[in-house]
Design a protein around this ligand. Structure first.
Ligand code: SAM
Length: 252
């Protein structure tokens, strides 16, 4: 039997391509790429000859493609799954084939590497021991505000992906939902020549974005709730505690 291998690709700096990614690009029987032109452009930059058959595997066709690719895995092929940048499945295609491989009992593994989530989190200077990844915020203001208000009491560090054209509105909404004082980091162009991390309170970053609009790709990392933003947990009375203790004793 063959294997599905998810492989992370560079998020900006080609030198971040792992030796394992390069070997897989050369040797995999099939490369399932989010965008085949971008795959060949990466291979060119790395000076790698893609040895196997290349197929497109994007958001719109990946469910239909999964079984075909897995038939090849069952017949002994190594199928390499790559997205345009970073880790497949993280706001990128790849999950459909992972799920289907699990259902069919076929092997799936990962050649890990760059992903903007962890890069930004580690550089933010905010607590990394507990964090949550929220992907992209909703596009529309009303939904975005509803989503952010629901996250106001989240104690873990929160990571969002954002696009250039919505950054100013999103930070204004973050300020409205979380207040101006929460610490945050705006991490842009990670691993690239113009990498820049702006760290400060949400209100300061909002002003900095208005003064000097950031360009390129970006990740927002927001400090978790503390103080008044932490939701109150209902205090248990003596009777309720005694009841819990009895139930615990029954269960054990
Ligand atoms: N699969 C990718 C990963 O593992 O990071 C994410 C793909 S998602 C479609 C693209 C988003 O990731 C961008 O809009 C941006 O928020 C973030 N991103 C990717 N590369 C980045 C970089 N070099 N610097 C900052 N953000 C980046």
């Amino acid at each position: 039997r063959g294997t599905v291998v998810l492989a992370a690709t560079p998020i900006g700096n080609s030198a971040d391509a792992s030796a394992r990614l390069i070997a897989l690009l050369e040797r995999a029987n099939i490369v399932a790429a989010e965008d085949t032109r971008r795959l060949y452009a990466l291979a060119n930059r790395l000076g790698v000859h893609v040895g196997g058959r290349v197929v497109a595997n994007h958001d719109h066709n990946e469910r239909g493609k999964a079984d075909q690719l897995l038939d090849d895995v069952a017949a002994g092929a190594t199928v390499l799954v790559v997205s345009d940048a970073g880790m497949p499945t993280i706001n990128d295609p790849g999950l459909a084939i992972v799920r289907r491989a699990i259902e069919r009992g076929l092997p799936v593994t990962c050649a890990p590497g760059p992903s903007a989530v962890l890069d930004a989190l580690a550089l933010s200077g905010l607590p990394t021991d507990r964090f949550c990844y929220e992907g992209f915020l909703p596009r529309r203001h009303a939904e975005r505000m509803q989503h952010l208000r629901a996250l106001k009491g989240e104690r873990r560090t929160i990571v969002f992906y954002e696009t250039l054209h919505r950054i100013a509105e999103s930070i204004a909404d973050l300020e409205e939902a979380f207040g101006p004082d929460r610490p945050m980091a705006l991490c842009r162009e990670l691993t690239k020549d113009y990498e820049q991390i702006r760290r400060g309170a949400i209100g300061e970053i909002r002003a900095s974005v208005a003064d000097d609009p950031p360009r390129g790709e970006m990740v927002l990392v927001i400090g978790g709730a503390s103080g008044a933003d932490v939701p109150e947990t209902a205090a248990l009375g003596v009777d309720e505690l005694a009841d819990l203790a009895l139930r615990y004793a029954d269960d054990h």
